[in-house]
Design a protein around this ligand. Structure first.
Ligand code: ADP
Ligand code: MG
Length: 681
């Protein structure tokens, strides 16, 4: 349970922060002590303490010593200087000054002086980190980070760990660290509410919140720091997972009572192939869901070509046999016709009626479909967003399948489901994402994975070319030409990134003109052009003529990413490969290799950076979408990957999916237990 946090006294003001500081802190989202303590360090550095006698100007050092003297001076008007002497030995050479400055008039700094004096009492052992300055005051550490430590640290001389904080205007990192230390000292005697219950902490071996705050802001050794991080990261994951699981609980509905499991044998015989092990496993999970007392919410992620349609068809079959209707929603008309063809081919012979519905469905047919859905005589409809129109009502909808679910908005995904009561939902996506991301982005669903391709696929050869070198571009295009001249078809893809869509489109159009004009590389071939600015009728006809083999080459912006299945296409040539995510490239590559022919994916790279090259090399090495997604996450980090997935940002301050994957698993399990045991769960 997340409890509402009541801020313990004292307030920030009472910890010696000035009203101006408190005002500035508000602007960076800090309203109380605990907010401040949640400004976690950016990193921790190991500092081996230096002997004061050995200090050299210009170096950043940590010293451990005893505070001796405290002075307030005003070296010039509106500059107040607090100075301490720190010593780690008996002689004058073992002394250095620590100086702190304030730009306010002397009388306005009383509160600050008092707080500093209280925080750093005479005779205290301190650990001071700062840069050594040589000035008229002698050697000094200016505006250093100061921490009071226990005597034994000084004696053992052990390595100190220094937390470093990010700047957050108007505060420097050092200033933030300083405020944090002050508040932490003031909190010593105060109760701090803990968001994790005693049970959860005990079960997963997590330290208390207070100890974690001390451990991350004032660690004395790496083990303590690690424990603190583990506890705080766990909490971040746990909070998110609890929220997701509660959402799932709200979104699932009680079913109308268990229906007998459908016998899938007729369907399986009708398929004309054996399910892969992965397909059988996932379909089994779905059949299990259909027996549960609450409706299914399951996401099936599987590489392009892993056979998601057959799995969905199995679910449709089972639900229809239980006496309900099913609706399959796909993002484009082309894909709609394709999926409709498959489903009708498998299900019609079994006596199940299947129809399609999209923007181009003739009015008469449309009316018939709508009527048949309403009176329950039509069992299965495959459609585009057209299914969401209010005229489309179902007599007894039991299952919605959302194909390529990332192409739909959240509302669209849910809207279809509301056309019935107790409707199961199955989502399909060809964007394989690492498990860690799946748990965070799709944590409100069950996620299953088709990690196996149907047999008999010819592997696709992938080669990365230097797009900046004419000879390399030439080589890629001559490969493409030779395939086309052998009777195959090819795709050429240009990036189209939302941020500079206009520019990208111009680039693609220019390339099209260059390639097809007299004397151009593809002048003698039939080339189609597909981009987002075309009207849907135009898009359809471009697609259709490629599917029929009338055009030999299709030049496109990434709109072909979804769907389209042309077994005769054997070449995928991608310009500016560096501008795509690995997952996207992999998906594009999946457009070829769909037939019996050897296929290739040619990637032109225009980036010089080593990371970009390393990333593209992964693509040459592997055809495993999950491995690639994992590499993408490792190489680019969660921020960039989320950017290309257009999933916004995750609410983490400390947690990182790459580094803390194992903690996420544990937190998910803990959240499941908690949410299930909540009342109403
Ligand atoms: P995707 O997961 O990309 O949607 P599809 O469902 O379109 O993939 O399947 C790709 C192709 O593989 C289709 O032609 C489909 O009929 C075929 N297929 C699916 N499962 C199998 C299987 N187990 N054995 C052989 N072919 C299969
Ligand atoms: Mg598909």
């Amino acid at each position: 349970m997340t409890e509402t946090i009541t801020y313990p006294t004292p307030t920030l003001l009472e910890c010696g922060l000035t009203p101006a500081e408190v005002g500035s802190l508000r602007r960076i989202g800090v309203y109380g002590l605990l907010d401040l303590l949640r400004l976690f360090p950016r990193e921790h550095v190991d500092n081996v303490p230096c002997r004061i006698a050995d200090l050299k100007p210009g170096t950043t050092v940590t010293v451990v010593g005893t505070l001796k003297l405290f002075q307030v001076t005003e070296p010039r008007p509106r500059l107040v200087m607090l100075s301490w002497t720190i010593s780690d030995g008996p002689t004058k050479r073992d002394q250095v000054k620590a100086l702190k400055f304030s730009g306010s008039p002397l009388h306005r700094t009383m509160g600050w002086q008092r707080a500093e004096r209280a925080q750093y009492p005479n005779g205290a052992s301190v650990l001071v980190t700062g840069t050594v300055k040589q000035s008229r005051f002698g050697l000094s550490l200016n505006n250093p980070q100061v921490r009071v430590v226990s005597e034994d640290l000084e004696l053992s001389g052990q390595a100190a760990i220094q937390p470093l904080y990010s700047d957050q205007k108007p505060f420097t990192g050092t200033q933030i660290g300083d405020r944090v230390q002050r508040v932490l000292a003031a909190l010593q005697e105060q109760p701090i509410p803990d968001n994790l219950s005693h049970d959860v902490r005990a079960q997963y071996g997590l330290i208390e919140y207070r100890a974690a705050l001390v451990g991350i802001h004032q660690p004395t050794d790496r083990a303590q720091l690690e424990q603190a991080v583990r506890r705080l990261v766990f909490e971040e994951f746990y909070d998110l997972e609890c929220r997701l699981l509660r959402k799932r609980q709200q979104l699932t509905q009680p079913t109308r009572g268990a229906a007998p499991t459908a016998n899938l044998r007729p369907f399986l015989q009708q398929l004309g192939f054996d399910l892969t092990g992965a397909q059988a496993r996932v379909l089994g999970a779905i059949l299990g869901d259909l027996q549960q007392p609450t409706t299914m919410r399951r996401l099936v992620q599987g590489d392009v070509g892993s056979g998601k349609t057959a799995v969905a068809a199995g679910a449709v079959y089972a639900v229809v046999r239980q006496g309900h209707q099913a609706a399959v929603m796909v993002p484009t008309t082309a894909l709609c016709e394709q999926v409709y063809g498959k489903l009708a081919g498998w299900l019609t012979p079994l006596g199940i009626s299947v129809q399609s519905l999209h923007g181009s469905t003739p009015a008469r047919e449309r009316r018939q479909v709508i009527n048949a859905l309403a009176d329950g005589t039509l069992a299965v409809v495959v459609g585009t967003q057209a299914l969401l129109q209010p005229e489309v009502v179902f007599q007894h909808l039991g299952l919605t399948v959302i194909d390529e679910e990332h192409r739909f908005g959240v509302e669209q995904r849910e809207a279809l489901q509301h056309k019935g009561a107790a409707v199961h939902r199955l989502s399909l996506t060809a964007t394989p994402i690492p498990r860690t991301l799946a748990l965070t982005l799709h944590g409100d669903q069950d996620v299953s994975t088709l990690d196996e391709l149907p047999p008999g696929r010819t592997p696709i050869t992938t080669r990365v070319y230097d797009g900046g070198r004419q000879s390399q571009v030439e080589a890629a295009y001559s490969l493409l030409r030779s395939q086309v001249l052998q009777g195959h078809q090819a795709y050429i893809v240009f990036p189209l990134i939302a941020a500079n869509a206009e520019l990208d489109l111009t680039a693609a159009l220019t390339a099209y003109n260059d390639l097809t004009r007299a004397g151009g590389r593809l002048a003698d071939l039939k080339v189609g052009l597909l981009h987002g600015k075309l009207r849907s009728k135009e898009k359809e006809s471009v697609m259709a003529s490629f599917v029929k083999g009338e055009t030999q080459v299709m030049l496109a912006t990434t709109v072909i990413e979804v769907g389209i299945d042309v077994p005769n296409a054997t070449v995928m040539l991608i310009h500016h490969g560096e501008r795509f995510g690995l997952a996207q490239l992999h998906q594009l590559r999946g457009r070829v290799g769909r037939g019996r022919y050897d296929s290739c994916c040619l990637v032109l790279n225009e980036a010089r950076s080593e990371t970009a090259k390393a990333r593209l090399r992964c693509l040459e090495q592997s055809q495993d979408g999950f491995w690639l997604a994992e590499q993408d996450l490792q190489l680019r980090g969660q921020g960039d990957v989320l950017g290309t997935l257009q999933s916004g940002i995750l609410p983490f301050r400390l947690a990182n999916l790459v580094i803390h994957a194992d903690i996420l698993e544990t937190a998910r399990a803990a959240a499941m237990r908690s949410v299930e045991s909540e009342p109403g769960g």
